[in-house]
Design a protein around this ligand. Structure first.
Ligand code: NOJ
Length: 501
């Protein structure tokens, strides 16, 4: 079994994690400082959101140099040290690779826009205005109704950007671009990284000469973002990872909200190793909705023998505590996340049950308005919460009580709950790699079983706000999301794990 199949990957948004040089922004040495905490928690791998040099218009998802570390986060030496220490603790390290676009300050784009005959002109996607002076097509960029094209005065053409105008899209149909991007992967693979989360990889291939159906002009829609040629590019990318020993993994951000579409990105075992399945991020708190999400995922991925992934929060969306409301649901959702069949992704702070911060308009910095879920991690109960120079964004509600320090000292906290659940997952072959069977819902109770060899566990989640009787003969309770589980019934929003005897 490859390590990433049964892994729990912990996502770190470095700016908001831990600051060691008192500039109010987290850094690589901060991640290194907290490796002991992550080992204690029991995660298998960390994924760092982008750490590369960047003008930070999209906080690192606008890369100005793929082969260095932004000084805000530290240096290559800090990075090497981090990899070494993480590996020393048995923690794998993944980077966030942003292949769809660069920063407008990347030297490739600076050269590209300098003249129609420049060496890198065709590395980006340039088009003439239409004969009536109009835009090359009707695409809009991901966060607004604004066009995905910006006019460049100097050379008199439009360039394409699926995100901000400061994030020009690379032209992946140009083999020089693909070769250069492969080199950027090798740069980090040579330094020992265990793989990559790959930003919007489903958008690499583009049918630029086609308008989008008017009603479907959004990032998640297939007509715009599902060009067949992307699969050729993914096979090339996979080839680069396969040059290396040690199970290096590619995890694609395939933002198509349909597991059947997502399944295609695993290819025939020759494209992505894993792909995010964002349906779980948008499934409401309701047994039938979760039943559908799990069924659709299992049947679409099972059909191509692809391994599922599960995620509840990340740096782009409201945290699970905010989205679902209430700590009971946080615990039950965490139980689901860590018992479903597949690789699980845990977003830093989710183990604390953090909510999004309330960010006033004057303090908002993100062009996509995602500041709330990017609030800094509260490490201590003291007034600065372990951020001696303050932090650039406000803390989430009740940061003292929710801090790591307070929760470590409180055996009944969400943090201890998560840690115990992670330990249970680790100790159970059925939960890590077993089959999923008997998936069904009885009214508001979702039920499934995980089985491996002679071990079988049953998971039951009560999505209702009332006590619900359940049949538990032939099983013994292994774990519950509530402090005092009652035999023969589930408390409101309780998730319980039983061993089938
Ligand atoms: C997806 C990333 O998760 C998001 O944070 C970023 O803004 C866009 N891709 C553009 O890179």
């Amino acid at each position: 079994m490859t390590w990433w199949r049964d892994a729990v990957v912990y996502q770190i948004y470095p700016r908001s994690f831990c600051d060691t040089n008192a500039d109010g922004v987290g850094d690589l040495n901060g991640v290194r400082r907290r490796l002991g905490y992550l080992e204690w928690l029991g995660v298998d791998a960390i994924w760092l959101s982008p750490i590369f040099p960047s003008p930070m218009r999209d906080f690192g998802y606008d890369v100005a140099d793929y082969e260095d570390v932004d000084p805000t986060f530290g240096s290559l030496e800090d990075f090497d040290l981090l990899v070494r220490e993480a590996h020393g603790r048995g923690i794998k390290l993944l980077l966030d690779w942003v292949p769809n676009h660069t920063s407008s300050e990347h030297p490739w784009f600076i050269d590209s826009r300098s003249s129609r005959r420049s060496r890198h002109r065709d590395w980006f996607i340039w088009r003439e205005a239409k004969s009536d002076g109009g835009l090359p097509n009707n695409w809009i960029h991901a966060w607004s109704e604004e066009p995905a094209w910006t006019w460049d005065e100097l050379t008199g053409q439009y360039y394409l950007h699926m995100f901000l105008a400061d994030q020009p899209d690379l032209n992946w149909s140009n083999s020089e671009v693909r070769d250069a991007m492969s080199e950027t992967l090798r740069f980090w693979l040579d330094r020992g990284v265990d793989g990559f989360r790959m930003d919007v990889v489903h958008g690499l291939g583009k049918n630029v000469d086609q308008d989008d159906p008017e009603e479907l002009r959004m990032l998640s829609h297939t007509p715009l973002n599902d060009a067949a040629v992307t699969h050729d590019y993914l096979r090339e990318i996979r080839g680069v990872l396969d040059e290396y020993e040690g199970d290096r993994v590619s995890i694609g951000e395939v933002y198509l909200l349909d597991p059947a579409q997502v399944a295609k990105y695993y290819g025939h075992g020759d494209e992505l190793h894993l792909s995010f399945n964002f349906t779980s991020l948008f499934t409401p708190w309701c047994a039938s909705a979760w039943l559908k999400t799990i069924r659709d995922t299992e049947s679409a991925l099972g059909a191509v023998s692809a391994w599922p992934t599960w995620v509840l929060s990340n740096h782009d969306n409201a945290r699970v505590a905010t989205r679902l409301g209430g700590q009971e649901r946080v615990r039950a959702a965490m139980t689901l996340l860590l018992t479903l069949r597949g690789t699980a992704f845990l977003y830093a702070g989710e183990e604390l049950g953090l909510e999004d911060a309330v960010v006033s308009p004057e303090r908002m910095v993100d062009p996509g308005g995602r500041d709330g879920c990017r609030a800094p991690l509260p490490w201590s109960a003291s007034h600065d919460h372990g951020w001696p120079a303050g932090a650039r964004l406000p803390f989430a509600a009740e940061a003292s009580r929710m801090s790591v320090e307070s929760q470590v000292d409180s055996p009944g906290s969400v943090l201890h709950f998560t840690r115990q659940l992670l330990a249970l997952r680790r100790s159970s072959k059925a939960l890590r790699g077993g089959t999923i069977e008997n998936l069904h819902a009885d009214a508001q109770v979702l039920v499934f079983e995980r089985r491996c060899d002679d071990e079988c566990v049953r998971v039951m989640v009560n999505f209702d706000a009332t006590r619900t009787p359940v049949e538990a003969t032939g099983s013994s309770l292994l774990f519950s999301s509530v402090e005092q589980p009652a035999p023969g019934e589930l408390a409101p929003n309780e998730a319980a794990i039983f061993r089938i005897v």
